[in-house]
Ligand binder design. Structure first.
Ligand code: 5GP
Length: 122
């Protein structure tokens, strides 16, 4: 899938839409999700134009890849999430219900998050 420069996170990166920012460096931006699903729900995005983890892992530079991981860890520590724990999750493609076509890592925390995934009905 080609990157759409008009996706909502591209607009946030350009400052055309506001966000509640928690972290920014040269390569990544983190902000609170507009519809939080847990008491803490933050999104970490690379500043580069990457549709998904598939795209990012295949084509991003080593500096971008490293910085993205560092940003996630930094945000979690900065928000005090390490002691009680947190979950990171990135949807990739249709079956995962990825809605925004710019790579984003969800950070969920602030409550017991239960099992990792709802088992499929058999
Ligand atoms: P996905 O389903 O693509 O993994 O998650 C997209 C996430 O982006 C959702 O949790 C949704 O609430 C969040 N989101 C969508 N539009 C906006 C927005 O304009 N601002 C912020 N902060 N989050 C958004």
């Amino acid at each position: 899938m080609a990157y759409d420069p008009d996706n909502i996170f591209a607009k946030i990166l350009r400052g055309e839409i506001p966000c509640n920012k928690v972290f920014e460096d040269d390569y990544a931006l983190a902000f609170h999700d507009i519809q939080p699903q847990t008491p803490v729900h933050v999104l970490v995005i690379p500043k580069g134009a990457y549709v998904s983890m598939d795209d990012f892992s295949a084509t991003a530079s080593d500096a971008e890849l490293a910085s993205f991981s560092r940003a996630i860890g930094h945000v979690a520590r900065d928000l005090g999430l390490v002691e009680n724990g947190y979950r990171i999750l990135a949807n990739n493609g249709e079956d995962s219900h990825q809605e925004v076509q710019h790579l984003h890592m969800h950070i969920f925390a602030g409550q017991n998050l239960g099992r990792m995934i709802k088992p499929i009905d058999k």
